[in-house]
Design a protein around this ligand. Sequence first.
Ligand code: SF4
Length: 306
Amino acid sequence: MAVTAKVDVKCGFRCNNMCRFCVQGSKRQKYTDFSTERILHTLELARSDSESVVLTGGEPTTREDFLRLVRRASELGFSHIQIQTNGRMFASDGFCEDTVAAGANDFSLALHGHAKVLHDYLTRVPGSFHETARGIRNLKRLGQHVGSNTVITRSNYRHLPAIARLLVHLGVDQFQFAFVHALGTAAENFARIVPRYILVEPHAKKGLDVGIRHGVRVMTEAIPYCFMEGYTDYVAEKVIPRTRIYDVSVVDDYTHYRVTEGKTKNVQCEECRFVDICEGPWKEYPEAYGWSEFRPLPRQKRREKP
Ligand code: SF4
């Protein structure tokens, strides 16, 4: 078996937000939460070939056994224990302290707006903006490594620079703008949720500039290289490590899944100088909007010898 750099352990699909773009949304009705025993067993399996674990969901912090799961990951010897979360529970100082004491040492929170009205509209939970922003502050005050993920939608893409300014102000160590994947709830709301790449591009780049100027690590996810000219160093897919996902079933290599099943390229991509490393867009995007925005980037000409 190949060495896995990271394992994602989904703890189930319950969540205290109801995001309009949730890729997992439809699983809430379909599946019951995973049992404590199942997740403990998964952690043991995962530890056999990985040092790094991500507890994710749904929203893992809403589980009654959440701290027990973090503690077990720590006892098993994972050196890197990341919590992927909407961040609301971390508005409580005590909850932050307990989670850090249990062994978590990396946090990825989700902020989707620069202001209450936008973030709360997207999460459909009044007050969620203030809780998530406070969660970031609390965790930074405890000296934790904190990143943020912003899902790019039609409602927030124009505000990416303002979101970036807020994230810098809150003190995050890194942030990522991830183009919405139109599955689950996002698929149900496709027309209202999924923006056009060509419109997103200038705002995403200005947002990245904010982070770059302040020395914050920045990335984009699921934006093909043809919309990232001048910013191709910030494409997350270049650096995502080999990851196994324990979901309802196991995805042994998430990169392989993305390239073979999740994303797609078009015949015109063959002319593009990034064709070998570009994964293309999530396939639902061109199925709805076509390929007219995608412009293969010309290969660099070899310099003629004098
Ligand atoms: S390979 Fe296709 S999708 Fe990727 S950057 Fe080039 S034109 Fe765009």
